[in-house]
Design a binder for this molecule. Structure first.
Ligand code: G3H
Ligand code: 13P
Ligand code: NA
Ligand code: ZN
Length: 328
């Protein structure tokens, strides 16, 4: 059954677990996310970016959600808009039945230019008022996601701020976070702590100087009752990079967010952990491997099944590692 982000994260806070929030674009991802949840008895956050809604088409996306609810009636499911660019995008998600929306006012509508505090409060507060009137939850973001190594956002896949950033913007300020929550009434707050979107987060396994979980602790101490959200939290599994590169892929050396760091975040108020890249890597690796090992196959169901299975294993591992397994 459908559940709001607020209901789900309140439960997560009460029981001290974190929720992976998986980006879904197609039927195989929906299958993987839901089937993994069924196997480990976890609630689900499934999120759609603007790109996902464009890729599937809004009616198809809505019906994928309907199909998930019909097939898994006992799994609490929150359907969330990821990185809404403006209030209109959030309104459209609300109209298509989403139970939660993110208004990302940390960037201007172009999704590239860091925004002023007043702009962020204006658009996010407006969305919160509208969404709450309809019983829908809201995630806001304060601070700009980007690499503390290079000062650049993860722009490999076009997601995030463009160009070099002031490093002080790349770590959320606890006082500003507190002011923002008070000014907007968001249900969950995305913060910046050195992670970035996509596969190219860190050039080496991250240490405290480039992945600042300590900053999450400071924000949590200042805002103990606010549900925190980590974006850009894929682990970028080395084993999937190897499988991809052993089967014709070319992905340079790169590192993601270690599970222990996410767990430390969860001990300090993180309740929603966004994951997209890991599903992309597992899917690509599984398809490359299947086609390499079965050169005569031309039935797409076979390689898409391999993709689904690989993504399902990632989902199960995240539900278990973040503690949401057994909580449905
Ligand atoms: O926030 C970024 C997510 O990874 C979504 O990416 O816009 O390519 O669907 P996308
Ligand atoms: P990754 O690119 O690390 O999977 O992050 C996804 C994300 O934050 C979506 O909002
Ligand atoms: Na989001
Ligand atoms: Zn994100």
């Amino acid at each position: 059954a459908m559940i709001t982000l607020r209901q789900l994260l309140d439960h997560a806070a009460e029981h001290g677990y974190g929720m992976p929030a998986f980006n879904a674009n197609n039927m195989e991802q929906v299958h993987a996310i839901m089937e993994a949840a069924r196997e480990v008895d976890s609630p689900v956050i499934m999120q759609a970016s603007a790109g996902a809604r464009k890729y599937a088409g809004v009616p198809f996306y809505r019906h994928l959600v309907e199909a998930a609810l019909e097939t898994y009636p006992d799994i609490p499911l929150c359907v969330h808009l990821d990185h809404g660019a403006n209030p209109a995008a959030c309104l459209r998600a609300l109209q298509s039945g989403f139970s939660s929306v993110m208004m990302d006012g940390s960037l201007r509508e172009d999704g590239k230019t860091p925004a002023e505090y007043e702009y962020n409060v204006g658009v996010t507060g407006k969305v919160a008022e509208m969404a709450h009137a309809g019983g829908v939850s809201v995630e806001g973001e304060i601070g700009v996601l980007g690499s503390l190594e290079t000062g650049e956002a993860g722009k490999e896949d076009g997601v995030g701020a463009e160009g070099k950033m002031d490093k002080d913007k790349l770590l959320t300020d606890p006082e500003e976070a507190a002011r923002f929550v008070r000014d907007t009434h968001v249900d969950a707050l995305a913060i910046a702590c050195g992670t970035s979107h996509g596969a190219y987060k860190f050039t080496r396994p991250p240490t405290g100087d480039i992945l600042a979980i300590s900053r999450i602790k400071e924000i949590h101490q200042r805002l103990p009752d606010t549900h925190l959200v980590m974006h850009g939290s894929s682990q970028v599994p080395q084993e999937w990079l190897e499988i991809i590169n052993e089967h014709g892929g070319q992905i340079p050396e790169t590192y993601g967010v270690p599970v222990e760091e996410v767990q430390e975040g969860i001990r300090n108020g993180v309740r929603k952990v966004n994951i997209d890249t890991d599903l992309r890597l597992a899917s690509t690796g599984a398809v490359r491997k299947h086609l390499a090992e079965n050169p005569s196959n031309f039935d797409p169901r076979k390689f898409l099944k391999a993709s689904t299975e690989a993504m399902k294993e990632i989902c199960k591992a995240r539900y278990e590692a973040f503690g949401s397994a057994g909580m449905a």
